[in-house]
Ligand binder design. Structure first.
Ligand SMILES: [Zn+2]
Ligand SMILES: [Zn+2]
Ligand SMILES: [Zn+2]
Length: 496
């Protein structure tokens, strides 16, 4: 995020004015924005051309916006003097709406309303996504986002890793294993004096580590080319292929990969998505991913392990200090804010750069979460969710947010057997007496991801149960096989 120069692109009179990426007031393009802090540099226009733009995204935006976003925009427009053209409609639906909402009902609750408006202003502009299309690898035809096979040539649109990639892994791993194996033989058996003597590389340059590495590589050479490609890898590969062809498809595929990938792959995928958001000019989404990335506890683990290997320092200490200095930097720069529980206030509050309560500068916040400034309320909700069982006053704090409509609660209703919206007392609206599991709180625009969290934890629960059953069955089979194979006379054992 250093000094950057905006990209220069040709103007396409046939497409640009009706494109979702076109920012009319400044006559610039969001589709070719260059990453830059605090906001991306939108591309400037040069000569005109008739060529088709690969990042053209027709501005039929009102459909893609959620109802909460779209509705207030319509409330604003009627009294206006002119009917907005399409690009103006895009802008109108961005930060303006809350003003109308405020005029209607601001007499009573001045404070909270002002807060809400300020929050909405930080959120601008709402990301406008283009239409994802899958480009066929074989015939280059464009297909709808969810198609399995190409509509033109019937090729698979989500293929496994190709033969070339597999062959590449096979050859590279086999050659490296061979080289390491030869070095072990040459240095430690054939000609023992020739082994290099570099003290700080001792942990690596010894016959045992080298042999283990050679064996692991051999194992990789055999297993990786033959394994079934995991689904998240398929999506990730397709996301990489579409980065230039159709970035919206790339984004959709990355998000799909994140839903499916194991925990240890999440940070890499997050990093990839952050870079894509930056390229597309979605500064706020990029910043959100950046904060998650920087504050994630696993972020510096790999780096710390490498450092500890070479210098002998404790990798846990190294990772913690790297992380906390990085967090201090983003809090200090204002890119992120911290929220947490203050035991003195007995509430979840915003914290300062030192992660202390703003009212009680001596008290450190607990269960701290880091968010971009626009997500302040969402961050507070996450902390409240963790604390509500222990602190009744935090539970009341949530109830208040739910009653005022600033936050929503959803959960799994055992009578509906599904995820439903809950009332401020966290009860199913249809079955007030039914048991509700897995309650999640979210700001209204974030309900989809809260729903995803519930589905994911339900799935993990099921997975855990079926795994337990498999283990028990396997254990019983091993006992049975032992009895049969060793020909143990059970009757004799019990008669003793
Ligand atoms: Zn095709
Ligand atoms: Zn306090
Ligand atoms: Zn219900």
């Amino acid at each position: 995020m250093s000094m950057q120069i905006a990209q220069r692109i040709p103007f396409r009179p046939a497409q640009c004015p009706g494109c979702a990426n076109y920012v009319q007031p400044v006559n610039r393009c969001r589709g070719y924005a260059v990453e830059s802090w605090p906001s991306p540099l939108l591309a400037v226009f040069g000569d005109e051309t008739d060529e088709s733009c690969p990042r053209y995204a027709p501005a039929v935006i009102n459909e893609s916006l959620s109802p909460q976003d779209a509705m207030p925009a319509q409330a604003v427009t009627p009294p206006g003097p002119a009917v907005p053209t399409e690009p103006e409609a895009v802008l109108a639906s961005m930060p303006v709406p809350p003003i109308a909402a405020m005029q209607e009902s601001s007499i009573k609750a001045e404070g909270p309303q002002v807060e809400a408006v300020m929050e909405a202003e930080v959120q601008a502009p709402a990301p406008v996504r283009g239409v994802p299309r899958v480009h066929c690898q074989k015939c280059k035809a464009e297909n709808p986002e969810n198609a399995d096979r190409c509509q033109k040539c019937d090729a698979k649109l989500l293929p496994s890793e190709g033969v070339a990639a597999r062959l590449g892994v096979f050859i590279a791993a086999l050659v490296s294993a061979g080289v390491l194996g030869y070095l072990v033989y040459h240095w430690y058996f054939q000609n023992p004096e020739s082994a290099p003597n570099v003290p700080f590389l001792d942990p690596i340059l010894n016959p045992i580590s080298l042999s283990i590495a050679a064996l692991l590589l051999l194992f990789t050479a055999i297993v990786v080319p033959l394994r079934r490609t995991p689904d998240y890898v398929k999506y990730r590969n397709r996301a990489s292929r579409h980065e230039k062809l159709n970035p919206w498809q790339s984004l959709a595929d990355l998000e799909h990969a994140m839903d499916l990938a194991p925990e240890k792959e999440q940070l890499n995928l997050l990093k990839q998505r952050m870079k894509l958001f930056e390229k597309l000019g979605f500064a706020e989404d990029a910043a959100r991913d950046y904060v998650v990335l920087v504050t994630s506890p696993g972020r510096y683990k790999g780096e710390a392990d490498t450092v500890s290997l070479f210098t002998g320092t404790d990798s846990g200490v190294y990772a913690r200090s790297r992380r906390s200095s990085e967090i201090w930097m983003i809090l200090n720069s204002g890119k992120a804010k911290a929220v947490g529980y203050c035991p003195k206030c007995n509430l979840v509050v915003e914290l300062d750069k030192e992660k202390r309560c703003l009212q009680h500068p001596k008290i450190k916040g607990q269960e701290v979460e880091y968010i971009i400034p626009a997500d302040l309320l969402a961050g507070e909700l996450a902390v409240m969710q963790k604390m509500e069982a222990k602190k009744p006053q935090v539970a009341d704090q949530i109830t208040e947010l739910l009653s005022s409509g600033k936050a929503s609660a959803i959960g799994y209703c055992t009578r509906c057997t599904g995820v439903v919206e809950l009332d401020p007392q966290r009860r199913c609206i249809i079955h007030p007496k039914a048991r509700v599991k897995n309650v999640q709180y979210a700001v209204p625009r974030d309900l989809d991801s809260a729903r995803k969290r519930i589905f994911k934890s339900n799935k993990q629960g099921r997975l855990g149960r079926s795994r337990t059953i498999v283990f028990i069955l396997a254990f019983l089979m091993i006992i049975y096989a032992t009895i049969v194979l060793l020909d143990i006379d059970l009757a004799a054992i019990f008669q003793r």
